[in-house]
Design a protein around this ligand. Sequence first.
Ligand code: GAR
Length: 193
Amino acid sequence: MRGLRLGVLVSGSGSNLQSIIDAAENGMLESQIVCVISNKEQAYGLERARKHHIPAIYINPKTEGYDEKLLKTLQDHKVDMVVLAGYLKIIDKDLVEAYKGRIINIHPSLLPKYGGKGYYGIHVHEAVIAAGERESGATVHHVDAGIDTGETILQRKLEVYEEDTPQSLQQRILSEIEHKILVEAIALLEGRL
Ligand code: GAR
C-alpha cells in the first residue's frame, strides 16, 4: 500500500517526528501523519504536531485503560502503520497483535547491542561511552513482543570520537543517522505493506 496513514508515538522532543513531518511535506514520503500521540502532556513532539495542524493527542498513562485508549485512538484515525519515534513506554501486547508487522521503532544503538530494559534515550549513549565503544549508530526495526528485539529494517553506524560525551554522541546520531534512516525505512515500507 503506498501513502500510508501514519500514527506517530512520542514521549519527548520529537526531532524524529519532525524529520517525518518534513519528509511528508516536501514529497519525500507519500505517507501522511494522521495523528501524534504522547504519554507525556508536555512532550514538545505534541507542539510540533500542532504547528503542522496534525491532531496531537495526550493520553494520561496513569488512567485505567491507557492501552485500550491508545489502540482505539489509532483505530479511530484509521492508522495503517505505527511509528515509535522516541516513545519511551513499553508497548502493550494487544497493540503489537493488532498492528502486527505494522509497528516500527527507532533505537539509538547498533542493536542487538545496548537494547532492552533500561536502554533508552541518553542512557544508551552513556553506556556506549562507558564501554569505550569505537562505533555506535541507530537501528529502525519492526516491533514484536520483546523490547528492541524485532527484525531490523535499517541500521547505520558512525565513529565514536575520543572526545565524545553522551550528549555529543546523541546529537550526532540523531542528526546524521536517525533523522535519515527513519524516513528511509518508512519509504521502504510504503512499497511493501
Ligand atoms: C531518539 O534518540 C530515539 O532513538 C530514542 O529516543 C530519542 C528521542 O528523540 N528512543 C529510544 O531510546 C527508544 N528505546 P526525539 O524525541 O528527538 O525524536
